[in-house]
Design a binder for this molecule. Structure first.
Ligand code: ZN
Length: 290
């Protein structure tokens, strides 16, 4: 297990190369680009799942500025389910479910643990993985892809640059093998999941080549923006800090500007997916935001 976790960390955090990948599965490309219109009239439900915990002994890697050196702390790791009348979308896939039942795994600055797999978390709201029509990940780092093998029957919505990144080397191909058998829809720019502006995957590149965030326009709670890993914690957003493990810093800074502009335009509630303070304010299943 430890070797597996180590390998995942190394590949995920520091792999930035790109080359040709093989098309081995059926692919359709979509031009379902969002107009950016705010539509809050669809009766959506947004569930938040605990998909693991990450203790960090030294946050230095999380700021290229060098100002986090020596700081320790915790990150929560979250997955989300958006229920739409036309289907269900899982956003991010957490830490590897093989961690369940194990002692916390230590690798360098990280200690990771997971209490329950997504199968159990879905079961608590009377769903199984086969009920889920759509799946998307903010990006392909280990803590967002760990339970992909549980979802064999979903349509994977993936930015074409992230797809290329995920299958660019033999190592990354091996790491992402669980995604190979999935049907997928690829997109560039933004992607309007249900075609009504209610759930929009936002192109926010830089952390990885095809990194994305998610806009969810809730009827009662208003627009929500899930950050992916554009920011890892509140301090990162406030200070606009970019991690050292990042594909393209200037691209990330451009995404931060675009994200903040959109958040202001929408008056959106921003959820930093690894930030315990943000996550603690969200309802725990079976409760949800609507
Ligand atoms: Zn992450």
């Amino acid at each position: 297990m430890k070797n597996l976790v180590c390998a995942l960390f190394m590949f995920s955090l520091f792999m930035t190369g790109c080359s040709q990948y093989e098309h081995r599965i059926s692919t359709k490309s979509s031009s379902n680009k969002s107009t950016g219109n705010y539509v809050g009239s669809v009766p959506l439900k947004l569930y938040t799942f605990n998909c693991g915990n990450i203790e960090v002994s030294d946050f230095d890697a999380f700021s290229s500025n060098g100002d986090y050196a020596g700081q320790g702390g915790k990150l929560v790791n979250t997955c989300y389910l958006i229920r739409h009348p036309e289907g269900d979308l899982i956003w991010d896939l957490g830490l590897p479910h093989s961690l369940v039942g194990s002692e916390p795994q230590i690798d360098g600055i990280f200690t990771v643990s997971l209490k329950s797999p997504l199968t159990d978390l879905l079961e608590k709201i009377d769903l199984t993985v086969t009920d889920i029509e759509f799946m998307s990940i903010s990006h392909s780092h280990f803590d967002h892809t760990g339970q992909a093998s549980l979802f064999s029957d979903v349509e994977w919505l993936v930015h074409e640059d992230e797809l290329e990144h995920m299958f660019s080397t033999d190592e990354s191909k091996a790491q992402n093998i669980a995604f190979v058998g999935l049907n997928k829809t690829t997109f560039s720019e933004n992607y309007d999941v249900f075609g009504d502006g209610s759930v929009v995957i936002l192109e926010m590149p830089g952390h990885t080549p095809g990194h994305t965030a998610l806009q969810v326009n809730l009827f009662e709670s208003g627009p929500i923006l899930l950050t992916g890993d554009l920011y890892h914690r509140a301090e990162s957003r406030k200070l606009q800090r970019v991690p050292r493990f990042n594909t393209n810093e200037s691209q990330t800074r451009g995404s931060m500007i675009a994200f903040e502009r959109l958040a202001t335009e929408l008056g959106a509630r921003v959820i930093i997916q690894h930030e315990a303070i943000d996550v603690a304010r969200l309802p725990k299943p079976p409760r949800f935001l609507k």
